[in-house]
Every structure is written in structure tokens, then in C-alpha cells.
Write a protein that binds this ligand. Structure first.
Ligand SMILES: Cc1cc2nc3c(=O)[nH]c(=O)nc-3n(C[C@H](O)[C@H](O)[C@H](O)COP(=O)(O)OP(=O)(O)OC[C@H]3O[C@@H](n4cnc5c(N)ncnc54)[C@H](O)[C@@H]3O)c2cc1C
Length: 380
């Protein structure tokens, strides 16, 4: 049976997220973006009321809920502001390799930090290796009870505020994907250098920068799962968990733009009537609503497959590709509905459109999602 109704508990969570967004995100989002302010306090507040930690198991202080709850909340957070959503999302992304593959000690130590609002970052991308993860150069060499890590990571969300990093590095370069390992590296370790905060097209409240590791010594207890060469699998499994939520951020951003366009179209008059009464505008808004609905259902399906204990790589790629492209289309059309005012920062749609683009780039570009979808289809 397919049932799209939410339980009472899920409706309460959705309302909690809506209220938080209306009170803490929407009134501040423009200032955060235009002045590149990292919303640390709001992230902590969201974490305190459990909005960012639903998928951390209860025994480590999280909500112990599933991906469905995660996507419901994530859509609301994306409606608040895409930059806030990304800034707030770096920690759970870094935590997934520990949830799926960490030792009990690692879970106890680091997942309870996540549950307490400590910021973390997921460090995989490098200056010359984004889509092509195999091309990373970071290496970890065992030295007694430690590993020595050398390498540079690029585009790392939250790095300027993180207390620890998930880092993917080669432990056996010759083995390719099967020679990568995941490490937890405390941000105050000697030998770590942060780059300057990047000035990005959108989502400017989020913090993105390079992280360079020079002879950083990491105790062997911080090798994720205590096993070498499992890193690739763990890093990719993280995306099965995170992509439904990131896709829901995109759905939420698109929904926010659509709601703003709908409201404006009923107020703005041209040629003697509200622009909503010009069919080319009302049909544009109707198309936005249909695309958002379809994208949401893909997110819910990707979440539901995972919650039912199945691999959701295909469904998560469908959701990510479609929601990202929908978000770009809908926010662009929303700017069109606002006319000249849409092009100015006076109204929120410009910020939403600038913030939409990166959904087609990070967590696997739209081209890479198509690659995953076609590979999954051909292997069935
Ligand atoms: C704001 C922001 C935040 C980010 N946060 C993080 C983070 O927290 N942690 C992290 O590890 N990374 C992060 N990233 C990095 C992001 O995941 C990469 O930018 C992304 O994976 C693309 O890699 P690239 O930039 O090297 O582009 P490339 O891989 O060089 O791709 C360039 C273009 O070629 C296309 N392309 C590449 N290979 C193929 C192929 N095989 N088939 C078809 N098309 C292809 C791509 O789709 C793209 O259009 C972030 C990026 C941004 C912009």
C-alpha cells in the first residue's frame, strides 16, 4: 500500500520546523546572505530542538527517526533559506560515515557531539578531484599507533566552524577505490590550515573553504570502523542518506519561491488586472507547483526505500537530479514573475535563484546523477 498521509508525530515535526523557519530563518536570511554571516546561533538553536539530528540514533542523543522525518524537516528548512540549509547540513553529512561504518567508541564520542550541536565537515573533494573521487591525492601513512595525513581538500562546507572533519584518504593508492579509508580528524590537530572563505554565487551565509593537511598525526582509533580501505563505500553510503534530504532542501527553496511568486502575482497589477489573471503567469505558477509536487514525491520515495532497509542509490539519484533541476527552473521562473523587482535583492527570489544553482553541482552534479541512474538501470 502506498500512503502519503503523515502521522501525528510527523505533522508535529513539520509544524515545529515551519515555526522555527518563520521565526528564526526567514527574518534573517537576506542579511545573512548579503553580509556572508554564518548563522551559527540559529544552527545551534535548530539542533537544540532536534531539527538537525533526527537521524542520529537515540542512544547517542539524537532523534532516532528515519529518512522520511528527515525529508519532511529538510523541505521546511530549505523553504527558510538554501544557504542556512547547507550550512546546517554539513555536520550530519560528516556524521553518516560514522553512523554507517564507525566503531562503537567513534559513535559514542562523535555522534554525541553532533547531537549536541558541534559543527563538522565532510572532506572528500580536492582541487583536482570532484566528480572523479578516484583522483584524490590525500594520503594516510601508518606510523606506529598513528596515521600521518597529507593532502588538500577543496570546497569544504562548514570548515571554518568545524570541530572535526571526516576525511577520505588513500591508504593504498594502487587499489583505487578499494584503497581509500575514512578518518575522523579533530580540527585543532597540528598541521591543519584553512583557506579563506570563498565568495560564492549564492548561499553566502554558508562557509566554504579549503582545508590543507600537512603531516597531521591521527590516532589509529580515528580510522573509521577500525578497518583500512572501507572509506569509499562509507563515503558513498553517506550520500544515500544525505541526498534525499539535500533534494528536499531544493524542493523547499523552490516551494518558497513559488509561494512568494503566487503572493506577488495577486498583488501586482498590469493592464487593469493582477498579473495572476494573465494566463501566461498563472500557468507558469501552475507548472512550478506540479514540478515541486513531483520532486517532493521522488524525495519521499528515496527516503522510504531507505527506511524500509533497502539500498536507495537509484531513487536518491532520481530525487537529487530532478529536485536540483526543478529548483533551478522554479526559482528562475519566480524571478520572471517578479519582473524587474525579481532582479533586485529587495525581494527574496533573487537570493533563492542564486542559491539554487549549487544543487546541480554539489553532492554529485546533475550529470553524475544521470551517470548513476544509467549505471543502476544497466546493472538490473
Ligand atoms: C558551495 C559548495 C559546497 C561544497 N561542499 C562540499 C563539501 O562539504 N565537501 C566536499 O567534499 N565537497 C564539497 N563540494 C564540492 C562538490 O561536491 C564538487 O564541486 C562537485 O562534486 C563537482 O566537482 P568539481 O567541482 O571538481 O567539478 P568537475 O568534477 O570538474 O566537473 C566539471 C563538470 O564536468 C561534469 N562532469 C565531470 N565528470 C563527468 C562525467 N564522468 N560525465 C559527465 N559529466 C561529467 C560535471 O557534471 C561538471 O558539469 C562543494 C561545492 C560547492 C560549490
Amino acid at each position: 500500500m502506498v500512503d502519503f498521509r503523515l502521522s501525528e508525530e510527523q505533522k508535529m515535526l513539520q509544524q515545529l520546523a515551519r515555526d522555527f523557519v518563520d521565526e528564526e530563518i526567514i527574518p534573517n536570511a537576506s542579511k545573512w546572505d548579503l553580509e556572508s554571516i554564518y548563522p551559527l546561533e540559529a544552527i545551534k538553536n535548530a539542533s537544540d530542538i532536534g531539527l538537525l539530528t533526527v537521524k542520529i540514533p537515540e542512544k547517542y542523543g539524537g532523534g532516532g527517526m528515519g529518512s522520511i522525518e528527515d525529508v519532511i524537516i529538510s523541505e521546511e528548512i530549505g523553504r527558510g533559506d538554501p544557504g542556512f540549509a547547507t550550512a546546517a547540513g554539513s555536520t550530519i553529512l560528516a556524521s553518516y560515515p560514522i553512523i554507517t561504518g564507525g566503531t562503537e567508541e567513534q559513535k559514542e564520542k562523535y555522534l554525541s557531539k553532533t547531537a549536541n550541536g558541534v559543527i563538522a565537515s565532510y572532506c572528500v573533494t580536492e582541487p583536482n578531484a570532484g566528480s572523479d573521487v578516484r583522483g584524490i591525492k590525500t594520503e594516510a601513512v601508518r606510523d606506529g599507533d598513528e596515521y600521518i595525513i597529507n593532502g588538500s581538500k577543496m570546497w569544504i562546507t562548514g570548515a571554518g566552524h568545524a570541530e572535526w572533519f571526516f576525511v577520505l584518504a588513500y591508504t593504498n593508492k594502487k587499489a583505487g577505490y578499494n584503497g581509500m579509508s575514512g578518518f575522523i580528524i579533530d580540527a585543532d590537530s597540528e598541521g591543519i590550515e584553512l583557506g579563506k572563505k570563498e565568495m560564492n554565487m549564492g548561499q553566502r551565509c554558508s562557509d566554504t573553504r579549503s582545508v590543507t593537511f600537512t603531516d597531521v598525526r591521527v590516532p589509529i582509533e580515528n580510522l573509521i570502523g577500525g578497518r583500512e580501505n572501507d572509506g569509499w563505500i562509507n563515503a558513498m553510503k553517506a550520500f544515500d542518506h544525505s541526498r534525499p534530504a539535500i533534494s528536499s532542501h531544493a524542493v523547499g527553496n523552490a516551494r518558497g519561491a513559488m509561494e512568494e511568486a503566487l503572493k506577488y502575482s495577486k498583488e501586482r497589477e498590469t493592464m487593469g488586472k493582477p498579473i495572476f489573471n494573465h494566463q501566461s503567469i498563472s500557468f507558469m505558477i501552475a507548472d512550478m507547483a506540479t514540478k515541486i509536487e513531483a520532486a517532493r514525491l521522488l524525495c519521499w520515495k528515496a527516503a522510504s526505500v531507505l527506511d524500509n532497509g533497502n539500498r536507495n542509490t537509484l531513487e536518491a539519484a532520481h530525487a537529487k537530479r530532478f529536485a536540483a533541476d526543478t529548483c533551478m527552473e522554479v526559482t528562475t521562473d519566480a524571478v520572471q514573475v517578479f519582473g524587474g523587482y525579481g532582479y533586485s535583492e529587495e525581494y527574496p527570489v533573487a537570493r533563492r535563484m542564486r542559491g539554487a544553482k549549487v544543487y546541480q553541482i554539489f553532492e554529485g552534479t546533475s550529470q553524475i546523477q544521470r551517470l548513476i541512474i544509467s549505471r543502476e538501470l544497466s546493472s538490473k
